[in-house]
Ligand binder design. Structure first.
Ligand SMILES: C[S+](C)CC[C@H](N)C(=O)O
Ligand SMILES: N[C@@H](CCS)C(=O)O
Ligand SMILES: [Zn+2]
Length: 322
């Protein structure tokens, strides 16, 4: 081993072939009373309620998560500037997102370094450009006719540098909806010579294609040529889509696969609320997660509207804990 992904592979090996990612961070912040109805969404809590962020991380660790995803999904320097903060303050908040997760991990591990738990890894979340737009376009990939590769790279560059320098174990690009943004991220990892292992996870709204409607094949062909993208997968899509997408990805790439779907509810970007009908219960999420592991996913967790309960039940089942 000793490779870029050594830490992740060790974690997976030690845990019956799977690392459990945490569940919805924003969801749990709301459950603890945070108001995230804001263009910064959960990143608002970096300003107003950092203690709640740490509390949520601790709840997911206690539930058995092996990977914590930080609170930086919708934290961007332009987003903070539009709140009247300075560039320095914005960069400090980005660093804080990593620090809060590292502190939670270290505090928890000091008290719980036993056979039941593993020392968790911290993945710095980097949401898509669509997340920053705060209009739900991380589920459409429609960034308008003026968008291009260079603009996307410039949007992501500084945040990536700041987060990478803050010392996370992993970088987690989340809810990427189109091929252009995936290519921009892969090129940026090279240009910035990032040494931290990374995953790029995609949204999908039909269970077959990228959210933009593009094929995964061309996108994964690009990522397969890039050694700085270690893990690919799907997040914040319906759990009902995941098995099919894992089987598809298995044919298109040899990279490790991460899947952490949402509860099956659908985000209404205009009304800023979740629409209910397809919600999957804890029990069926857990049974589906077992299938995802059998089909070849190595990192499995939950995204929006999943909770510590979801993570507790999949962690027990996937790691054969009675
Ligand atoms: C993963 S979505 C539910 C995050 C929120 C979205 N970017 C918005 O601000 O509307
Ligand atoms: N990491 C984010 C995902 C948004 S799709 C969260 O859990 O809130
Ligand atoms: Zn989500």
């Amino acid at each position: 081993m000793g490779s870029r992904t050594g830490l992740v592979e060790e974690l997976i090996e030690r845990n019956c072939g799977v690392a459990v990612i945490d569940g919805g961070l924003a969801t749990q912040l709301e459950a603890l009373g945070a108001d995230i109805n804001d263009p910064l969404w959960s990143a608002r809590c970096l300003i107003s309620d950092p203690h709640l962020i740490k509390q949520v991380h601790l709840q997911y660790l206690e539930a058995g998560a092996d990977v914590l995803v930080t609170s930086s999904y919708q934290a961007t320097i332009p987003g903070f500037l539009s709140k009247g903060l300075s560039i320095e303050e914005g960069e400090w908040l980005l660093q804080q997102s990593v620090k809060l997760a590292l502190e939670a991990r270290d505090n928890f591990w000091k008290l719980n370094a036993d056979n039941y738990y593993s020392r968790a890894l911290v993945a710095a979340s980097i949401g898509s450009y669509g997340a920053y737009l705060a209009d739900g376009s991380e589920y459409s990939g429609q960034y308008g006719p003026d968008m291009n590769l260079e603009k996307l790279k410039e949007f992501h560059r500084r945040r990536l540098q700041v987060l990478a320098d803050a010392g996370p174990d992993l970088l987690a690009f989340e809810t990427i909806p189109n091929k252009l943004e995936a290519q921009a991220l892969a090129e940026l990892l090279d240009e910035e010579n990032i040494q931290i292992p990374s995953w790029i996870c995609f949204s999908s709204v039909d269970g077959e294609h990228m959210s933009s409607g593009e094929d995964f094949k061309e996108c994964l062909d690009i990522l397969n040529r890039n050694e700085k993208v270690d893990i690919v997968g799907i997040n914040c899509a319906s759990p009902q889509f995941i098995e099919n997408l894992i089987l598809k990805f298995k044919k298109l790439t040899n990279k490790l696969l991460a899947v952490y779907p949402n509860s099956g509810e659908v985000w209404d970007g205009r009304a800023k609320r979740w629409l209910q009908p397809e919600c999957v219960g804890e029990k069926s999420f857990e049974l589906l997660a077992k299938r995802w592991h059998e089909c070849g996913a190595s990192l499995i967790g939950g995204c929006c509207r999943t909770t510590p309960c979801t993570i507790r039940s999949i962690s027990k089942l996937l790691k054969n804990i009675s």
